[in-house]
Design a protein around this ligand. Structure first.
Ligand code: ARG
Length: 271
């Protein structure tokens, strides 16, 4: 299997905390070790560098504890960047910070017309854009995604509040294959997934409950939460190399490796 070298955007969790609750994983009364969060994040970053990827960093903003989840900063495909609009006011100020970064980096900018939480809910799988809805990203934004990026958009209806973003329920492994938790999707979306990806890897609830599907694949190596051992074994059976990382502190905010990582797709050649 061929690995594609990727350009990634990350945000150091300098101001990370669990101060509010906007998903079932978050418990503002529980302990969070912010220094450990930074060390775990640095290990994730180093893992990408060791795989030959390029990691860019956006400067974290005080008072925005979830800004570490760069996947929610935008959708960037073929040199175009769609900025985001968060559902929750606690995250609203992240949107202009990410937008300014994309603009300075020279991407062609588009502004969202509806709630759209970026790559948390929008995943490019081969020639299809899979777009989640049900909890965060509004269904109405899917038409805008198709108009801007020119890929057929497939709506994925999420039904379990623990898997509130598409990237908590489904991982793109390569151009042809995905891994997902069937129960996280409506019956119709499950049927669409079976039709589009007959060879997909089905994850178990145990894997999904440690956010095992919140993984980053370069087509050959899959970086995923270390606790997702069954999923890792299934992926190795399929010929992928798995790299387990421990992001225990960020998991307390409902995030894993993919949430911390935004793919910057420059042009057609690097999609
Ligand atoms: N606490 C954040 C939220 O609820 C976590 C975001 C995780 N990001 C992701 N791409 N799934 O919005």
């Amino acid at each position: 299997m061929d690995a594609t070298s990727q350009r990634l955007l990350m945000c150091r969790p300098t101001y990370f905390a669990v101060d509010y609750k906007i998903n079932p994983w978050m418990d503002p009364s529980g302990p969070v070790d912010a220094a450990l969060a930074v060390r775990q994040w640095e290990q994730l970053r180093q893992t990408y560098l060791d795989l030959g990827h390029t990691v860019e960093e956006i400067t974290p903003v005080p008072g925005l504890p979830d800004m570490v989840f760069a996947a929610n900063g935008g959708t960037v495909i073929d040199g175009r960047a769609l900025a985001v609009q968060f559902r929750d006011p606690q995250r609203a100020d992240e949107a202009p910070a990410y937008r300014a970064w994309f603009e300075a980096a020279g991407f062609e900018m588009y502004d969202p017309k509806h709630v759209n939480e970026g790559e948390g809910d929008v995943l490019l799988a081969g020639d299809h854009l899979l777009a989640g809805t049900g909890f965060r990203t509004a269904h109405a934004s899917h038409a805008q995604l198709q108009e801007i990026f020119g890929y057929p958009v497939i709506t994925m209806q999420l039904v379990d509040p623990r898997f509130y973003h598409l990237d908590t329920a489904l991982t793109v492994l390569d151009e042809r294959t995905v891994a997902y938790l069937p129960e996280a999707f409506s019956p119709g979306s499950q049927a669409v997934l079976r039709r589009l990806f007959p060879d997909a890897v089905h994850a178990t609830m145990a894997d999904a409950e440690v956010l095992g599907l919140n993984a980053v694949s370069d087509g050959r190596h899959v970086v995923l939460p270390a606790q997702a051992t069954d999923l890792a074994a299934k992926l190795r059976d399929r010929g992928y190399e798995t790299i387990g990382v421990d992001l225990s502190e960020l998991l307390k905010a409902g995030g894993g490796p993919k949430c911390c990582t935004l793919r910057l797709r420059q042009g057609k050649a690097s999609k």
